[in-house]
Design a protein around this ligand. Structure first.
Ligand SMILES: C[S@@+](CC[C@H](N)C(=O)[O-])C[C@H]1O[C@@H](n2cnc3c(N)ncnc32)[C@H](O)[C@@H]1O
Length: 283
């Protein structure tokens, strides 16, 4: 029987704390295992849980109007791409950054970026903030597959660090290049219309918003904008509201990792998404 007396306030304290801790204690074990087993210091790599992958597929199906099985197929394509995996692991093993990286190939939420490229067939993809180049090589892998399907496209990454993008190797670098310098300055100089824009550079809210405003006039009619910072700031949601675009946020769940995960903010125009998907089916 429940204790409903004033004493319950005190009696329940340890029970409540133990219950709350049960949500976090598994992460403590993962933190220790990761501390000794991994070399990564930033931009951690991990796979997604099965549920998270399933939610990601549904999210992309809602945004693009593509069939769930089509999205599933593209995500499986990226996850089972042996050549891509070998290129990433080979680049890590050869790199001077190998003591700050794990020789593995896991893309987490970026698998969603891949599926967007495969479905939307963008002519120009821009990712701000390249770091090692996990997004860069994966996005270029999708563009190369699109090229095989008859749809050309190119990738621009921006990074203030001249050493960024060392994972982006041939043949993937055939369709991608990195613009070194401040992202907003590089975006201002870009002359192409952008079909898929991914924000992942300076993660302050102000900088993130300024990136969206800088590309606003360069976004094509069918553009989709993805934010890698939408679990931290509502700037992409704000930008979408100002532009009359729809907005969704997918939250990733890393598999067996202490990191709580990021997300994918998605600004899109539903009507144009459906139209695009029709064009994709015809193609
Ligand atoms: C989170 S990492 C990018 C991760 C990458 N998108 C990926 O998929 O792995 C952020 C990157 O933004 C770069 N960066 C930070 N401020 C920047 C700025 N003002 N302009 C361009 N790049 C910037 C950093 O050098 C860093 O490499």
């Amino acid at each position: 029987m429940l204790n409903c007396t004033p004493a319950a306030v005190v009696i329940n304290i340890p029970r409540r704390i133990i219950y709350a801790l049960s949500y976090y204690v598994p992460s403590l074990g993962r933190i220790i295992a990761w501390g000794f087993g991994s070399r990564e210091t930033t931009n951690y790599t991990y796979d997604l849980s099965d549920d998270s992958l399933f939610y990601l597929m549904h999210t992309i199906a809602v945004v693009t109007g593509a069939e769930l099985d089509v999205v599933r197929g593209y995500i499986a394509e990226a996850r089972t791409d042996t050549k891509l995996r070998e290129t990433v692991i080979g680049a890590i093993r050869d790199s001077k950054f190998r003591y700050l990286s794990d020789a593995r190939c896991e893309f987490g939420r970026r698998l969603g970026w891949y599926a967007f490229v495969r479905i939307l067939k963008p002519r120009v993809v821009v990712e701000t903030g390249v770091d090692k180049g996990h997004g860069a090589i994966l996005l270029c892998a999708a563009l190369l597959r699109n090229r095989t399907d008859g749809a050309g496209g190119i990738y621009f990454g921006t990074d203030i660090n001249p050493e960024a993008g060392w994972l982006l190797r041939p043949p993937y670098s055939e369709v991608g290049s990195i613009l070194v310098g401040d992202s907003i300055e590089s975006l201002s100089r870009l002359t192409q219309n952008i079909d898929l824009f991914i924000n992942d550079s300076d993660h302050s809210a102000d900088y993130e918003y300024r990136e969206y405003r800088t590309v606003a006039e360069k976004l094509s009619d069918r553009a989709v904008v993805l934010g890698d910072n939408s679990h931290v700031t509502p700037m992409l949601a704000k930008f979408a509201a100002e532009c009359g675009m729809q907005f969704l946020h997918f939250r990733e769940i890393p598999r067996d990792h202490w990191y709580p995960g990021c997300g994918i903010g998605i600004a899109f125009n539903r009507a144009k998404s459906s139209h695009r998907t029709e064009a994709h089916r015809i193609a």
